[in-house]
Ligand binder design. Structure first.
Ligand code: SF4
Length: 269
């Protein structure tokens, strides 16, 4: 082993002598920079090439990274519900809906309830805590008040249909987000298409503005009829708002009386 090292060293020494003799140049130790890169090319007669200052002059080529936009995630939903022939079928097809993030926090999907052939549909904003727990619209204190308001003008809950714009509860009863409305309102439109009511009652600003595509405050919308797809639509206060502001009971009373009169005119003729 040591013999072969000696042979290599001797060869190397001969090479340096040859180099000095032919090129009048001797590689000095101090010329060898610590950051130089040496390549020993065995096949080419021990040719030592010195790539000086390799690391100083060398800058790695810039690698340009091009951000490739992700294709927009398209949620492929089963749209069979659009062909539902009745409310039962519709409910069955949409009850596990995950079209917007509200499905993650809901306890129950609240479809709505009442007469599937109702002449009057009552529409609110979204399920609250009680509704989410029981899976029914307008239960709890506000629900009881709605039942009383309807009763005051001779309607029972069973003869009308009651539902909301959103079918899942927004956490902490916050206002629905535009994307949640956009995702959910087609279900309401389908419900109205199937029920074909003669009149609609929107309770609360949110339901009225969403259904009627309006930005007007409730104070300006109430007390008169609007139209949704040719269906006369009355707007009044939400029962939950009446619980906070009893002063609004009077105008609500006036609104539902107008509703009753119109109902009698349309239904009894
Ligand atoms: S709020 Fe409507 S769209 Fe959103 S998950 Fe519930 S049912 Fe689906």
């Amino acid at each position: 082993m040591s013999e072969s090292i000696n042979e290599i060293l001797q060869d190397f020494e001969s090479y340096l002598k040859f180099y000095k003799k032919n090129y009048n140049y001797l590689i000095q130790k101090d010329e060898l920079k610590s950051d130089s890169v040496y390549e020993l090319d065995v096949e080419n007669d021990f040719n030592i090439s010195v790539k000086e200052e390799f690391t100083e002059n060398y800058t790695s080529p810039k690698i340009e990274t091009v951000e490739i936009p992700m294709a927009k995630k398209k949620v492929v939903e089963n749209e069979d519900w659009k062909n539902a022939k009745n409310l039962l079928e519709l409910k069955e097809l949409i009850k596990d809906c995950k079209k917007c993030p509200l499905w993650k926090t809901r306890t129950s999907f609240v479809f709505g309830e009442g007469n599937p052939k109702a002449n009057l549909v009552v529409i609110g904003e979204a399920p609250g805590a009680d509704e989410d727990e029981q899976g029914k619209p307008f239960v709890g204190r506000a629900g009881k008040l709605l039942t009383e308001i309807l009763k005051a003008v001779d309607f029972t809950r069973e003869e009308v249909f009651i539902c909301n714009i959103l079918k899942s509860r927004p956490p902490n009863n916050r206002n629905p987000l535009p994307e949640e409305i956009e995702a959910c309102e087609p279900y309401l439109f389908k419900q109205l298409e199937l029920i074909k009511p003669k009149l609609i009652l929107c309770v609360g600003t949110f339901a009225a503005q969403t259904l009627l595509r309006s930005k007007e405050p409730l104070g300006k919308m109430r007390g008169k009829f609007h139209e949704y797809q040719g269906i006369p639509t009355m707007v009044t206060f939400h029962p939950a708002a009446l619980l906070r502001n009893p002063n609004w009971k009077r105008p609500t009373w006036e609104d539902v009386q107008l509703l009753r009169k119109e109902y009698d005119k349309l239904v009894k003729k």
